[in-house]
Write a protein that binds this ligand. Structure first.
Ligand SMILES: NC(=O)C1=CN([C@@H]2O[C@H](COP(=O)(O)OP(=O)(O)OC[C@H]3O[C@@H](n4cnc5c(N)ncnc54)[C@H](OP(=O)(O)O)[C@@H]3O)[C@@H](O)[C@H]2O)C=CC1
Ligand SMILES: O=C(O)C1=N[C@H](C(=O)O)C[C@H](O)C1
Length: 270
């Protein structure tokens, strides 16, 4: 069978460059095109050279439609608006769309779910094996340790360039905790605290966000009881963990029927 041809959108970004390097090193996959937005100073540059692996003869273009028509799948770590647009093109081309973009609104997610009627979409706030396993552990811990005895707080830290908060991973871990407790996260989350907040409401799931420096991604879920505290943590040291997960997701989704899948599906952790 021939290699799966993958388009990298946002190819000049932090994740885009990591994806180019990763695809180049994974058997069974190849970079078929690299996309940046119209007007980007990177248009015309070779995607491999920009990513530091030398020339791979894939010039960065601003023409996703032509690229998608010739590809088997798309790896997309860009912005919510761009991912919504690309999911429509992936649906038109009937191909795989792996979405790592975070910060999507409910409307964005609804548009992506609609595109999944024709595209095979894998979307996750974190593509690493470690975080998805952590989510399973969080769900179990939240189920075992009830709201009368244990309070759940999610703490995250990322680099100074990150634009959305709480992180997609923090929300994914919060969802896992809510699932364990059998509650709806939106109805029980406290995403910001400031000023005279009053005492903590039992059963709520709190979020705290730190930003600074070059931190790739640190997450902790703290289950705080009276006289004891359990902390479940993951520390990302290199973006290649997300890129490897995204390529794995694309290869897994290749040939699967259209639908919206998660990394838990890909990793067999559902
Ligand atoms: N799920 C996961 O495992 C992970 C998710 N992420 C998420 O991925 C996203 C990207 O992160 P990161 O790589 O750090 O961000 P960057 O800003 O470094 O990269 C995003 C890239 O997408 C480009 N882009 C924006 N709009 C378009 C468009 N319409 N067409 C083509 N390209 C476009 C940007 O170009 P320009 O700068 O010119 O706007 C930029 O090059 C974030 O949402 C982040 O949270 C990150 C790591 C792991
Ligand atoms: O923006 C990032 O860098 C990251 N974003 C994802 C998130 O929002 O959780 C995943 C990872 O933590 C890095």
């Amino acid at each position: 069978m021939s290699d799966m041809g993958l388009v990298v959108v946002g190819a000049a970004g932090r994740m885009g460059q990591t994806l180019i390097r990763t695809i180049h090193s994974v058997p069974g996959a190849k970079v078929s095109a690299a996309i940046e937005r119209a007007g980007s100073p990177h248009i015309g540059r070779d995607a491999g050279e920009l990513a530091g692996i030398g020339i791979i003869n894939v010039p960065i273009t601003d023409d996703p439609l032509t690229a998608f028509a010739k590809a088997d799948g798309v790896l997309d770590f860009s912005t919510p608006a761009a991912s919504v647009e690309f999911s429509g093109y992936a649906a038109q081309a009937r191909i795989v769309h792996v979405i790592g973009t975070t910060g999507c609104s409910l409307e964005d997610d609804a548009a992506i779910a609609a595109a999944a009627r024709h595209a095979t979409i894998v979307k996750s706030g974190n593509m690493s094996l470690g975080v998805n396993l952590l989510a399973v552990l969080v769900e179990q811990a939240a189920k075992a340790l009830g709201p009368d005895d244990f309070d759940i707080e999610v703490l995250e830290m990322h680099h100074r360039h990150k634009v959305d908060a709480p992180s997609g991973t923090a929300l994914l871990l919060g969802q896992a905790a809510a699932k364990g407790r059998g509650i709806d996260l939106a109805e029980h989350s406290v995403r910001v605290r400031d000023g005279h907040t009053g005492a903590r409401e039992a059963g709520s799931i709190g979020f705290a966000t730190l930003r600074g420096g070059s931190v790739v991604g640190d997450h902790s879920v703290i289950l705080a009881g009276t006289g004891e505290r359990i902390t479940l943590s993951h520390n990302a040291e290199d973006r290649s963990i997300f890129a490897r997960g995204a390529v794995k997701a694309a290869l897994w989704a290749h040939g699967k029927k259209p639908g919206l899948y998660s990394m838990r599906d890909v990793l067999g952790l559902s």
